[in-house]
Design a protein around this ligand. Structure first.
Ligand SMILES: [Zn+2]
Length: 127
């Protein structure tokens, strides 16, 4: 027998099968336990952010700062990260110039790829 309840996160009307140890709200994706509590998602080991860097000017490395840490990328390198879902304020430094971007790691767990291409002095693309 299904129990009707409200999602403790978004308030949507949902039905819950008490035979199951947990469920996911079909509206917001929140994991809910049998007593109606929100269960925090565990971080999987799978990386969900990849940053790739390439440049036509190999003398220039990329440095990325976020969460109080700094990561250095030589030409044609990439690094993978496992982050909690949320918005990360990142600064990308090349040749002493900095570009700030907010990178969104979605709740869905879909991986995000940031491609930084530095072409000479003029352009940087973050996709
Ligand atoms: Zn919900």
């Amino acid at each position: 027998m299904m129990i009707n309840m409200r999602c403790p996160n978004c308030g949507a009307n949902i039905s819950y099968d008490p035979a199951r140890p947990f469920m996911f709200c079909q509206y917001c994706g929140t994991k809910i336990t049998g007593n109606g509590q929100i269960q925090p998602r565990t971080i999987s080991d799978a990386p969900n952010l990849t940053i790739n860097y390439s440049t036509a000017s190999p003398a220039y490395e990329l440095a990325v700062e976020f969460n109080g840490e700094r990561w250095v990328f030589p030409n044609n390198s990439s690094k993978a990260f496992t982050l909690r879902p949320g918005i990360y304020a990142m600064t990308f430094y090349i040749a002493r110039r900095g570009w700030k971007r907010n990178i969104v790691i979605p709740q869905s767990g879909s991986p995000v790829t940031v491609n930084v291409v530095y072409a000479g002095r003029t352009k940087i693309y973050i996709q």
